[in-house]
Design a protein around this ligand. Structure first.
Ligand SMILES: C[S@@+](CC[C@H](N)C(=O)[O-])C[C@H]1O[C@@H](n2cnc3c(N)ncnc32)[C@H](O)[C@@H]1O
Length: 249
């Protein structure tokens, strides 16, 4: 994707609360697995606009480092967190999630909602392992096929968009091989998809007339529209799941 196209993609998602299928109840269940206190440090990688970061701050007593490649998103997140009573527990870090400039053995939990696909599960779990304290946790959500025989149209779409997409089973194999135990696993409810795609569909409808005549912007909208059409036709063959992992002793 060229720089112009990336600009329109960012513009599309910037005002949206959900940048991936997600549900506060699913976030809460992941967090409930992790014993955290005021001295704990949790790193929210690929935090985006920070919906889940604000929930981490609200529902845990921990220190939270919100990290993303996009520094403009972090600036806005700090402003939003500052209006809450937990804003003083937030730090930000503009960094690649595969090269976090953090000390080895210093982190209680790495939290990755809707972002691990950007680098791949295996690479991410290997990169985070040394940063975690003994017994530290990783929580991540990701897309996965719900059936061993998904329709070829869904496979073709995901092979182009996310070639490594597998299933929770394949993710668990990767996690076990990387030195983690499985603590919790679950599929998110339909509400996670509705939270993501309903405002997304509205945004498509409102931007189309505005971006008419701009071929780069319209190509971006066409590809987002295609993703939505695939979901509407074949969405029952894939879902979004959570895995909670613990670094094995
Ligand atoms: C689909 S968004 C999810 C954002 C957020 N976690 C949520 O669920 O709303 C993925 C985020 O990952 C960030 N990202 C992509 N590649 C990254 C990388 N290598 N390191 C850190 N962040 C990355 C993007 O900038 C984007 O904000």
């Amino acid at each position: 994707m060229n720089d112009d196209a990336t600009h329109y993609l960012i513009t599309f998602f910037e005002p949206l609360e959900f940048l991936a299928p997600a549900d506060p109840a699913a976030t809460g269940r992941a967090l409930a697995n992790i014993p955290l206190d005021a001295s704990s440090c949790i790193v929210d990688v690929g935090c985006g606009t920070g919906r889940q970061t604000l929930q981490l701050l609200a529902e845990t007593p921990a220190q939270v480092i919100a990290s993303d490649l996009a520094s403009n998103l972090l600036v806005e997140l700090v402003q939003r967190a500052a209006s809450t009573s937990a804003g003083n527990r937030l730090r930000t870090l503009t960094a690649d999630m595969l090269a976090l400039p953090l000390n080895e053995g210093s982190i209680d939990a790495v939290y990755a909602e809707g972002s691990i696909y950007c680098v791949g599960i295996e690479r991410a779990l290997k990169a985070w392992y040394p940063l975690l304290k003994p017994g530290g946790y990783v929580c991540f959500s990701d897309a996965g096929f719900t059936t061993l025989n998904p329709p070829k149209e869904a496979v073709a779409f995901w092979q182009a968009e996310y070639p490594d997409m597998g299933t929770p089973e394949s993710a668990k194999h990767i996690a076990l091989a990387a030195g983690y135990n499985i603590i919790d696993e679950y599929w998110m409810d339909q509400s996670a998809w509705d939270n993501y795609y309903e405002p997304y569909a509205d945004r498509l409808a409102s931007l189309k007339p505005q971006w008419q005549g701009n071929p780069v912007a319209m190509d971006v909208l066409a590809s987002l529209e295609h993703e939505l059409a695939i979901y509407r036709a074949y969405g029952d063959s894939y879902g979004y799941y959570f895995l909670v992992l613990q670094k094995a002793a």
